[in-house]
Design a protein around this ligand. Sequence first.
Ligand SMILES: [Zn+2]
Length: 368
Amino acid sequence: MFSFNHPVEIKFGAGIFTRLNEFVVDYDYVRIVVVASNSQVENGVVNLIESLLGDKVRQVVTGIEANPTLGNVESITSAMYEQDAHAVIAAGGGSVMDASKAAAAAYMQGIGIEELLNHTDFSKALPIIAIPSTSGSASEVTASSVISDKENGLKVPLSGPGLYPKLAIVDPELTYTCPPNVTAVSGVDVICHALDCLGSAKSNPISDALAIRAAKLAFENLALAFEEPENREARTNMSLASVLAGIAFSQTGTSASHAMSYYLTSHFDIPHGEACAFSLDEWFIKNAEVNPELHQHAKDIGFDDAAHLSVRFNDLKRKVGLRLTLDELGINRDEIENIAGESLKQANMKNNIAQLDKPEIVQLLERK
Ligand SMILES: [Zn+2]
């Protein structure tokens, strides 16, 4: 038996962003806080939101960091309290959406910022409207948010049904201005989401179908979106891939490649997608040893088998300028033990079908 429940209303299409008011009017939100990345302010997207929604926009919060902090979350909750907000619009990449989602839950449940990272009930939050400007994090369709605990050097994943946005407005045109390096790291994250789903202990036939389609679209379109930022077809396919992979992992959770990424990001400042992609090739092969169906999934994605997919994944990473080895990432090899140990502590490592012990993970990393 499996179940599947995905409660996000999704509006998808090139150019649909200008119909924002029409979509929001269905909801009775009068006082809205907008959270936006600095690039969305510079691109004029925030001005456009204000002109489309008029005085419903009560306050705009900017300055969210790439790995959002408790301080970022607090700046959003303060605005929500000040405006007695009915909803939050998050316009930007994964960090803006994640910070907004955490703030929406903290505000609605009266959780103090200092308690947020130990809080476990995320069943309720202020309504969230997510407008992604990148294709990758898929935060617009998931019930999770990752917040950085800078003091302790940790990335803390929060999840619960309240963190699902009410509405996701996915307009591929908003990704045209996404710089190539961001396109690359967020684009490989789509493949990490899809393949982590296929290797998840909670995968099911629906999540598999979504993940396979997402991976195929991302493999076929990422290099083109990287080389030609305004290629409508490539950008649309990457946006769709991101949404499909997001819906898939909203059901299954992520698994080993993500579990291994958190320490790489918090200690060595490796961007999220690149950090996940670092070990994905190895994990996909390990997972195929446990569940040979993954070889068939690799065929459905367009490759001969899991090993072939992994080689092609590394080729793609190279093509879009990402780093493949510890040396290239500037990580000393005596960190291997720590990376292995920290990966094993993550809950999503337990969600991976191949369960490796620490010496096996060390071996995996020594090949890098
Ligand atoms: Zn990810």
